[in-house]
Design a protein around this ligand. Structure first.
Ligand SMILES: Cc1cc2nc3c(=O)[nH]c(=O)nc-3n(C[C@H](O)[C@H](O)[C@H](O)COP(=O)(O)O)c2cc1C
Length: 161
């Protein structure tokens, strides 16, 4: 039987929305966007100050109810932006409210710098009991659409997804 795959993702400014859409071009999968009830202001300075602090202090946010839950899938892809070197509060809330284990997990991170390795290490620390099979770090996807499409395609093929 075909493996069932879920992508759980959060996007504040559209980059990871784009990435999730690209993943769907390659895979049959359920898509669950995380929608927190509260987000930082969008203004240029405040978003970094407040969003960065919220991420570092693990601010608790409430998520709108999920349509798809990780327990129903064999493989879970988690995709999110890097915020202040770590994952945003929506992802922290997801991992706390919907704990899961025994899954094959893939991590996709989008960032301005293009290196999500610190965030991946932190996420791995929250995913014990699962197997993190591979990670993909993407730089500013909306500014690098073609490269990102290729990177996502390579990632899916190489992992047999
Ligand atoms: C609050 C906040 C903190 C950020 N911190 C980082 C960071 O530490 N390193 C980095 O390279 N990019 C950082 N960025 C940039 C985002 O990771 C990048 O723009 C990403 O592509 C955004 O994805 P999204 O459009 O799906 O929200 C930050 C952006 C925000 C809003």
């Amino acid at each position: 039987m075909a493996k069932k795959t879920l992508i759980v993702y959060y996007s504040f400014e559209g980059n990871v929305d784009y990435v999730a859409g690209e993943v769907r071009r390659y895979l049959r999968l359920a898509m669950q966007k995380l929608v927190p009830e509260e987000e930082p202001p969008k203004s240029a300075l405040k978003k970094f100050l407040i969003g960065g602090k919220d991420a570092l202090t693990k601010k608790e946010v409430k998520l709108k109810t999920l349509q798809y839950r990780p327990e129903d899938y064999d493989t879970v892809i988690i995709a999110c932006p890097v915020w202040a070197g770590t994952y945003p509060p929506a992802i922290a809330a997801f991992l706390k409210q919907y704990p899961f284990s025994g899954k094959d997990v893939y991590l996709i991170g989008a960032s301005a710098g293009g290196n999500a390795s610190k965030m991946f290490e932190k996420l791995k620390g929250e995913l014990s009991g699962n197997t993190v099979k591979d990670t993909l770090s993407l730089k500013s996807p909306l500014k690098n659409k073609q490269a990102v499409t290729e990177q996502v395609g390579d990632f899916c093929r190489k992992n047999g997804l």
